[in-house]
Ligand binder design. Structure first.
Ligand code: SF4
Length: 494
C-alpha cells in the first residue's frame, strides 16, 4: 500500500474530507438538480445499450479476464509495448511518479518548441492521467500554456473549476452557466465568444469550435492520454465523442502521450472486447463517434515525433495488493458513478480527487495513501450497484470493505491509547457476545430511545458522540416490543 509520506502523486487534491465536503454539496440544490438530471439520462441510455447485446455478460467476463491476465504479467506486456513502440519509430519514457512525468513532458515540449521559443503552448486531449499528475499546473509553472480541447474540459478550464465526473467533467454545470463562462472567459484564452451568444447547445458548440480551431492550427505539440495500448503492435487507442481529440492527435508535429501502466492490453485483438464494452457502458452508445489508433510515426502522415510516457505513480504498489489491484482494471467508463446514489447526491468534487465516485473511493486511497484519503472507503452505502454496472466486473464493494479495514488500522497505528471508535467497537463486541448483556442493552436502549423520540416517534438528535449518526439520518424511535420479546411470546403459536 502506498504511504502518504512525501507523496507527490498529486491525485489527491487536498480538499476537505468527504463527510464535510458532502455536507456542503448536499446543500447545493442547483448542483443536485444538474446531477440528477444528467445521471438519470445516462443511466437509462446505458441500460438500453447494454440490454440489446445478447452476450453482454460474456463480454464483461472477457474484459475482466483480459484485465486479470494483464495484471498478472504486467511487466512482460509493458516491456513488449516498449519494444513495439520503439520499433514503430516512437520513443518510450518511464515515469516513476507525477514529478518525473511532468518533468519529462516539460522537457519534450521545450525541445519541440520550434523557432518561437518564447511561446510554449500545447493542445490537450482529455486525459485522466494528466489530471492525476497535475500536468497543466506543472506546465504553467514551467512557462508552458496547456489548452484543453475536450468541450467539457474546456468549460472546466475556462471556469477555473475542477472536473466532477470522469466522462462529463462539467456535469455539474447547466447550459446557462456554460454560456456565462464562455462569454466572460473565452477571450482571455484566445478567440472570444460572439457578443450575441445564447445558451442554445448549437450556439455554444459553435463558439467552442471556432475558439478551438484556432488552437489546433497554430499549436505544434499535443498531449494525450490513452485508453488502451496493445503490447504486440505498439498501437495506442484514444476514444472520444467530439473529434477534437482526433484534431490533436493528427495536426500537431509532436505528440506526447501520458499513459498509466495499467492501460496496456496484451494484443491488438483485445481491443475488440473493450471497444464494445466502453461506449455502451459510458455514454450508452453502440460505438464511439471517434476512435483514434496510431502506431509510432508514419512519414508524411500525422505527428512525426511521438513520445509515450509510461506512468507508474503508485500503480506497482497497488498491484501488490491482491484485492485492491482490481481497481487497476478500470477502463474509466464512469458507469459506476452514474448508478451510485452517493455520487448522485454529492457530485464529484466532494471526493477531493481527480477520480470521483465509487472508482475514486477505491483508487484514490490506494494511489494517494489510505491515511490521506481515509474517509473515501466509507463514502458508499455498499449497495453493490457499481459492481453490477461495471463492464469489467470490478468488485468495488469488496475493495471498499478491504480499504475500510486498512483505514481503521492506519488510524490505530502509532497511537498509545485506543481511539473512542475502537473502544466503542470493543464494548459492542462484548455486548453482542453475551445474550444476557444484549437483552439488558436492548431494554435500556429502547426505553431511552422512546423517551428521546417523544410522541412523533422520531429522534431528532441522539446524545453525545451518537449525535453524528442522527445528524444525517432519519432516526425512528425503537418499537415498544423488540423482535426477541415478540418471538418469545409467539414461538408457541408457530
Ligand atoms: S470501475 Fe468499472 S464502472 Fe467504474 S469507471 Fe471503472 S470500469 Fe467503469
Amino acid at each position: 500500500m502506498t504511504e502518504d509520506t512525501d507523496h507527490d502523486g498529486r491525485v489527491w487534491l487536498g480538499t476537505p474530507a468527504f463527510p464535510e465536503a458532502a455536507r456542503t454539496a448536499l446543500a447545493d440544490t442547483r448542483l443536485r438538480h444538474n446531477l440528477r438530471h444528467a445521471t438519470t439520462t445516462i443511466r437509462t441510455k446505458r441500460l438500453d445499450a447494454t440490454g440489446e447485446v445478447p452476450h453482454w455478460e460474456e463480454l464483461r467476463e472477457a474484459g475482466a479476464a483480459i484485465k486479470r491476465r494483464t495484471a498478472r504479467h504486467l511487466a512482460t506486456y509493458l516491456e513488449q509495448l516498449e519494444a513495439s513502440v520503439t520499433a514503430a519509430g516512437g520513443t518510450v519514457h518511464w515515469a516513476a511518479d507525477a514529478t518525473d512525468a511532468n518533468r519529462i513532458v516539460a522537457r519534450l515540449v521545450r525541445a519541440a518548441g520550434g523557432p518561437d521559443t518564447e511561446r510554449h503552448e500545447v493542445v490537450k486531449v482529455k486525459s485522466m492521467a494528466t489530471q492525476e499528475i497535475g500536468l497543466n499546473e506543472a506546465l504553467a509553472a514551467a512557462g508552458i500554456t496547456a489548452y484543453e480541447t475536450d468541450l467539457a474540459e474546456l468549460i472546466v478550464q475556462l471556469g477555473e473549476d475542477r472536473p466532477s465526473h470522469i466522462l462529463v467533467p462539467a456535469i455539474h454545470r447547466n447550459r446557462a452557466e456554460i454560456r456565462e463562462i464562455f462569454a466572460e472567459r473565452m477571450g482571455e484564452w484566445g478567440r472570444a465568444a460572439p457578443d450575441d451568444l445564447t445558451d442554445d447547445p448549437k450556439a455554444l458548440a459553435e463558439a467552442a469550435r471556432l475558439h478551438l480551431r484556432e488552437k489546433f492550427l497554430t499549436t505544434r505539440v499535443a498531449i494525450s492520454g490513452a485508453n488502451f495500448a496493445a503490447a504486440d503492435t505498439g498501437t495506442i487507442a484514444v476514444v472520444e465523442s467530439e473529434g477534437n481529440g482526433r484534431m490533436c492527435l493528427t495536426l500537431p508535429e509532436t505528440l506526447i502521450t501520458v499513459m498509466g501502466i495499467e492501460k496496456v492490453v496484451p494484443t491488438f485483438t483485445d481491443l475488440e472486447v473493450f471497444l464494445q464494452l466502453l461506449p455502451r457502458s459510458s455514454t450508452g452508445e453502440r460505438m464511439n463517434p471517434y476512435t483514434s489508433l496510431w502506431t509510432g510515426v508514419t512519414p508524411g502522415d500525422g505527428p512525426q515525433d511521438f513520445h509515450l510516457i509510461l506512468l507508474d505513480n503508485g500503480r506497482t504498489d497497488v498491484l501488490k495488493d491482491t484485492v485492491g489491484r482490481q481497481a487497476l482494471a478500470c477502463i474509466r467508463c464512469s458507469a459506476c458513478l452514474n448508478v451510485c446514489p452517493v455520487y448522485e447526491r454529492t457530485g464529484g468534487h466532494a471526493y477531493g480527487s481527480v477520480y470521483p465516485g465509487p472508482i475514486g473511493a477505491v483508487l484514490t486511497p490506494q494511489l494517494a495513501g489510505v491515511r490521506r484519503a481515509a474517509s473515501l472507503p466509507f463514502a458508499s452505502t455498499l449497495c453493490g450497484a457499481c459492481y453490477e454496472a461495471c463492464p469489467v466486473k470490478i468488485d468495488i464493494p469488496e475493495i471498499l470493505v478491504h480499504l475500510r479495514a486498512k483505514a481503521v488500522e492506519a488510524k490505530r497505528d502509532g497511537r498509545a491509547l485506543p481511539t473512542p471508535e475502537a473502544l466503542a467497537m470493543k464494548a459492542a463486541a462484548t455486548v453482542l457476545d453475551s445474550p444476557g448483556l444484549l437483552a439488558v442493552a436492548q431494554r435500556a436502549g429502547a426505553a431511552g430511545g422512546r423517551l428521546l423520540g417523544g410522541r412523533g416517534g422520531r429522534i431528532r438528535r441522539l446524545p453525545g458522540p451518537l449525535a453524528g449518526w442522527s445528524a444525517t439520518r432519519d432516526t425512528p424511535a425503537p418499537p415498544r416490543e423488540s423482535f426477541r420479546t415478540w418471538w418469545r411470546a409467539h414461538r408457541e403459536e408457530r
